[in-house]
Write a protein that binds this ligand. Structure first.
Ligand SMILES: *Cc1c(COP(=O)(O)O)cnc(C)c1O
Length: 387
């Protein structure tokens, strides 16, 4: 472990403030370090290992595909990719999908689609995208611009043009920001990195109405909220809206890098041959794993995500000092009275529980498959750390 830390410090770019923990292996929601110490994982690699560590069906599908055909590029057809496209479109009623490798790339593709939609429709004038303050859409140049948080902007000027930021839930401001040049409104429904803040249904519905009236696109970033995380396959289902573009990533691959954009009838033909592409996107090994994730997330699985979320919330509410619980399903934020969230997370980690922060909140994104026993074990650590 000391060796790993030393090499990391010398040889890896210093962009990550890592926890003092190197993980060696895992099973379900339990990770182990190099000394064999166990940690209950309430992070799932920031919402990625949706089936927990090393789900046997996922491992089998990925290993078999790796041994059969690991990559071909998108110049050729592969079966796992089309199967996944079928599953995603059947599940959502969306028309088509583009596969990328990450959340930022998925959002880049949605942004390009929106710009082209606006530009082709009205002679290269409509190109602005309204996003929300406190949003998080990724780390590429366009997606940090879309991200309405100053901390991500400092030092990287000049930015991509054509973004404006609306205060979440401020309908008047949204109306004022939408102009003849607007081609899209883009938002998360629960701002994850922003502090696990659930956006009001009213506001989201109003955004949809504006989009329909003015023929502009509604882009929902489901990179963190999607793939069962909030108790429905996508969070937008709970809002009763029909987005034009839905971006996803994190949980879809079960631990391998995969993201994408779902297009509806209005947007499915906007991008055409030569407009967009990626070497790795929709790689067969990654898609084989994602197909296992898709197969497991049936209605009863999603019901369990909701009830596990409700259980965790109820247990958290009963812990003295825990306040301001927010989120949806197994995406949960809370504060601890009188304590910085980063300190709570560090204390718990030493005692065998992994959690995340989001701004001034503690954030939980446990694997969707977490058992009651694993939740109770994690909660016991939290209680003892706060007691
Ligand atoms: C994590 C995240 C992204 C960026 O995803 P990467 O895979 O890190 O590029 C974009 N949007 C949201 C809502 C996210 O949570």
């Amino acid at each position: 472990m000391n060796d790993i830390k030393k090499i990391d410090a010398e040889k890896i770019a210093h962009t990550y403030g890592r926890f003092d923990l190197a993980l060696k292996e895992g099973q379900g929601a339990i990770a182990k370090d190099f000394d064999g110490r166990e940690y209950v994982d309430f992070t799932s690699g920031i919402g990625v290992t949706s089936l927990g560590y090393c789900d046997p069906d996922w491992v089998e599908a990925v290993s078999k595909q790796a041994a059969r055909l690991q990559h071909t590029s998108n110049l050729f057809y592969t079966e796992p990719q089309v199967r996944l496209a079928e599953a995603l479109t059947a599940r959502t009623g969306m028309a088509r999908v583009f596969f990328a490798n990450s959340g930022a790339e998925a959002n880049e593709c949605a942004i390009k689609t929106a710009r082209k939609y606006g530009n082709t429709r009205s002679g290269n004038i409509e190109h602005e995208i309204v996003t929300l303050e406190n949003a998080f859409h990724g780390r590429t140049m366009a997606t940090i611009t879309a991200t309405g948080q100053k901390v991500f902007h400092k030092d990287f000027y000049p930015f991509v043009e054509g973004f404006s930021y609306c205060k979440a839930n401020d309908k008047d401001m949204l109306h004022a920001l939408v102009t003849d040049k607007t081609c899209a409104i883009m938002m998360e429904l629960v701002q994850g990195e922003g502090g696990v803040l659930v956006i009001d249904q009213d506001f989201v519905k109003e955004a949809e109405t504006i989009c329909r009236e003015k023929d502009i696109l509604l882009i929902i970033d489901e990179v963190q909220t999607g793939i069962g995380r909030t108790g429905t396959f996508f969070a937008y289902e709970q809002y009763g809206i029909h987005p034009d573009l839905v971006t996803f990533a994190k949980g879809i691959g079960g631990g391998l890098p995969l993201g994408g954009v779902l297009f509806n009838e209005r947007t499915k033909d906007v991008l055409t041959y030569g407009d967009h592409g990626t070497t790795f996107g929709g790689n067969p090994v990654v898609c084989a794993g994602a197909n296992v994730v898709m197969n497991k997330l049936d209605e009863s699985f999603l019901q369990q995500v909701s009830s596990k979320g409700a259980y965790l919330r109820e247990q958290l509410a009963a812990i003295p000092g825990v306040e301001d619980i927010s989120g949806l399903g197994l995406m949960i934020g809370f504060r601890v009275a009188g304590r910085a969230s980063a300190d709570v997370v560090k204390d718990c980690m030493k005692k065998g529980l992994m959690m995340l922060t989001a701004k001034d909140k503690v954030r939980l994104l446990p694997p969707l498959t977490i058992t009651k026993e694993e939740m109770d074990r994690g909660l016991a650590v939290l209680r003892s750390a706060l007691g």
